[in-house]
Design a protein around this ligand. Sequence first.
Ligand SMILES: Cc1ncc(COP(=O)(O)O)c(C=O)c1O
Length: 388
Amino acid sequence: MKDQTVCVSPPAISEDGYVSLTTPVHRASTIVFPNAAAYANRAERGPDGYSYGLGGTPTTRRLQATLNSLAGAEGTLLLPSGQAAIMLVFVTVLKPGNTILIPDCAYPPVRSFCQSFLAERGIGFRVYDPDWSPDQVGDLIDDSVKLLWIETPGSATMEMVDVGGLVKRAHAKGVLVGCDNTWATPLNFKPVLHGVDFVIEALTKYAGGHSDLLMGSVSVRQADWYPELRTTMSLMGLGVSPDDCSLVLRGLETMSLRLRHAAKTAFDFARQIAERIPGELVLHPALPHSPSHALWKRDFAGASGVFSIIIPDHVRDAVIKQVDAAQSFSIGASWGGTHSLLAPMSVADERSFVKPEHRGTILRISIGLEDPADLWADLERIVAVIEG
Ligand SMILES: Cc1ncc(COP(=O)(O)O)c(C=O)c1O
């Protein structure tokens, strides 16, 4: 071999005796075949055979298998973001003439996608109030409804729904059910075991866990959906980087400890805040006064580190000053990382059934891994302003 060829195709080395605890990062666009016939017949390898980098490498498969096992599912796919995971389900399941039901408290881009992209393609959507009973939501189901979407607890306002009850009503009418399980993570809730057909996780949050990557997953209850979703993915050219998969695999190794710590700190804070300001201003399903408490207790094995407080209008500006002055919290979107975050938001404009108490500013709080005393010093100043 001439030097230039050796540079491109390095000599083989021995891997004998090399056993490591880590998953190697297999990066590839091209997959090499033993002969022309194998290349010509590569489609026969099926959705999980290796034939092109877009479909994944062994690093990708390791993460898929781990998440699938955690979800108790029949197949798990990886997408470039949580939002992409939700949209993959929507565009695969819904056809022109169909309708999707979404909760009022869904992650806001879900509604935007329905309002613009799906509506322009002849797919309708209806919004249900997460406080409605499963029977009331079931009453929205007509022949056009194909998919019922769930997010529990809901974004910012934290309402929980009766997943089993909704699944029962939907399945009785031949409607599929999808659930955004990002807040709970598969460690605290496994929607597939409650009959949910598609579970998405924004791995960007607790699984990645360090605010440095974006990824999402879809786990399916019925294996038949796996190749269908994989086909949509490859038609749309959607894949994920093996480097990012390796970061998520690393994140998963510590997820239970991070989650437990963040959940405990967040719950302690929520309880202390609820002792100082009216309890209904503190939105956390593990608090006994929460209207969602009974469902949370029945279905979930634990909480995560995200909760909200409602900021009364008359102290809004003074609270925002304290948010700006916070020393240990950063201000920003997303959550579930090691850094604690504050995100003041207003949800009223994007909701159909706005409750009077949700009309103003809601402060979403994501607890990370800083010392709780430092975090409390920031929160205490905010609570003191609300207390008056
Ligand atoms: C509940 C929920 N689902 C999905 C997403 C979307 O995840 P990603 O940021 O990875 O697109 C988010 C993002 O904030 C979220 O809060």
